[in-house]
Design a binder for this molecule. Structure first.
Ligand SMILES: [Cu+2]
Length: 178
């Protein structure tokens, strides 16, 4: 990337993030219309939760664990809790909600069994060094350019389906939390 001037590089980054955000939103709505038409009617026309800037970090082919990041935007007036995440079983055997915390000067990951709360009309970011979705038991790593399908469950009932791109983490060399 060094052959591009910094401005071009950052423009490219911004536009690709924007496009992937649009794509995740589009996928989420499409699924909702297809499969959740009935529940959507009783829960208004959509869940009111947007998944933005989502991606899975590319791994080596033999890697057994991976991480997924995104920003949740709760457009409802009421708080919601992300209570569970499931992943396409062809990609990984399990998905967990994790946080990263300092414990005795060491960064450690912990499963958020109680879920992650998002206040009404608020956003929560899952990002390196903080909340993330941990993929366990990867079948063949996460290859850049492929997709990962996830189902996010809110308040143990409302489901949101998203398809997120696998991308290289530009900061991977500087932040090694896993
Ligand atoms: Cu983790």
């Amino acid at each position: 990337m060094s052959k591009y001037p910094p401005l071009v590089k950052s423009l490219f980054l911004v536009s690709s993030i924007f496009v992937s955000a649009l794509m995740s939103v589009a996928f989420a709505h499409q699924h909702q219309n297809d499969e959740h038409a009935k529940s959507a009617e009783s829960n208004q026309s959509q869940t009111g939760i947007m998944v933005m800037d989502g991606y899975a970090r590319a791994t080596f082919a033999m890697a057994k664990t991976g991480a997924v990041y995104f920003t949740l935007h709760n457009q409802n007036n009421e708080p919601v809790t992300l209570t569970a995440v499931s992943v396409d079983s062809a990609v990984a055997s399990d998905a967990q909600i994790h946080t990263t915390e300092m414990q005795d000067d060491v960064m450690k990951m912990r499963e958020m069994t109680e879920g992650v709360n998002v206040d009404g009309n608020a956003m929560v970011s899952f990002k390196p060094g903080g909340y993330h979705i941990m993929l366990l038991g990867l079948s063949k790593g996460l290859e850049e350019g492929s997709d990962v399908a996830l189902t996010l469950t809110f308040d143990e009932q409302r489901e949101l389906h998203v398809v997120l791109p696998v991308k290289k983490d530009e900061n991977a060399g500087h932040h090694h939390h896993h």
